[in-house]
Design a protein around this ligand. Structure first.
Ligand code: DP6
Length: 320
């Protein structure tokens, strides 16, 4: 009764921000993301009747903070009358610092738990279950460019272009390693309840999705760059105008944005996006990756760089 799965994080180009149903964790808007290749979470789930309680280890250390969300996820996948589980997670990038660690973690644990329980579920069901745990996790079941569609009563994810259809690169500039002060789940609710910009965000999302979809279909980098940066800055503006205000950026985040603007001025194909954390993700054409890496590495306050291509969806490990 065990299973191991690997999932990669994804980065939204058109963001999910806000929920229409908190209990079912249904997003208020659709979103489009790219699944990354080199960053990963590996989850091992083992059900054991002799265990007195569920136990979670993250990178070798017990993690009781994350445990309740993992327990809920296992209950949804397997049923609450299941045996207790030993869950072990390893992750090769900083957790909870705006690098979508929850997306890869919940995608991987959903796939691993289904295998451990002997349940054969199709990818749409796995994505729906992962999305109940964390909205962005649904997208990590799929590879390449992924659209999460907001259906009337649920969600549906689809790959709209494969990783090798348009092999973009992503350079992540790390500006701070610690966990964020306000988690995205809470920040979304504060945004919805208090930000004067929230309703126009929801209204405009269909237009942003359509623009990005068209740009991806045409491999139009400039159009994708313009709409992704616009969508990202709108998401952060909602938070800045919320009460209390929430600012995930630090001084180095802003300097990275200036670096990206300078590169664009030199004709380099690159654009930025930023999630609920201070790291900057620079999406670029593969032929420009060395220039982008060098410029971000030289930006004051950047403590590390991670470069990755686009990858595939969550999967069982071969031995699983
Ligand atoms: C800024 O998926 O972490 O990364 O559903 O509450 O777990 P929950 O939120 P989560 O939020 C991701 C927000 C984002 C944008 C995105 O990935 O689309």
């Amino acid at each position: 009764m065990q299973g191991t799965a690997i999932a990669q994080p994804n980065i939204a180009l058109i963001k999910y921000w806000g929920k229409r149903d908190v209990a079912r964790n249904l997003p208020a808007v659709g979103s489009i993301s790219i699944t990354l290749r080199e960053l990963f979470t590996r989850m091992h789930v083992e059900f054991d009747h002799s265990l007195p309680a569920d136990a979670l280890q993250v990178n070798g250390a017990a993690d009781d903070k994350m445990l309740p969300r993992i327990v809920d996820c296992l209950d949804r996948v397997v049923g609450a009358d299941r045996p207790c589980a030993r869950i072990a997670s390893t992750c090769n990038f900083p957790i909870a610092a705006g690098l979508a660690s929850s997306a890869s973690a919940f995608a991987a644990v959903t796939v691993a738990a289904a295998r451990a329980a002997g349940r054969v579920l199709d990818v749409d069901t796995l994505a729906t279950l992962a999305g109940r745990a964390s909205g962005s996790a649904a997208r990590s079941l799929f590879g390449g460019f992924v659209e999460l569609q907001n259906l009337e009563d649920d969600i549906r994810c689809r790959t709209i272009a494969r990783a090798d259809d348009w092999p973009l690169s992503v350079v992540v500039a790390i500006t701070e390693k610690g966990p964020k002060a306000v988690g995205s789940t809470e920040a979304m609710e504060i945004s919805r309840q208090t930000s004067p910009f929230y309703s126009s965000w929801v209204e405009q999302q269909a237009h942003d999705l359509e623009t990005a979809r068209t740009a991806i279909a045409a491999r139009d980098f400039e159009q994708l760059a313009a709409i992704a940066e616009h969508n990202c800055l709108k998401m952060h503006s909602i938070m800045w105008a919320a009460r209390p205000p929430m600012v995930y950026w630090n001084a180095a985040t802003m300097r990275c944005l200036q670096t990206v603007r300078q590169l664009q001025g030199q004709g380099i194909g690159v654009f930025f996006t930023i999630d609920a954390g201070p790291q900057v993700k620079a999406v670029c054409l593969p032929e420009h990756v060395d220039d982008v890496e060098a410029a971000l590495r030289a930006t004051a306050g950047v403590t590390g760089i991670m470069t990755t291509g686009l990858g595939g969806g969550a999967r069982l490990e071969d031995s699983s």
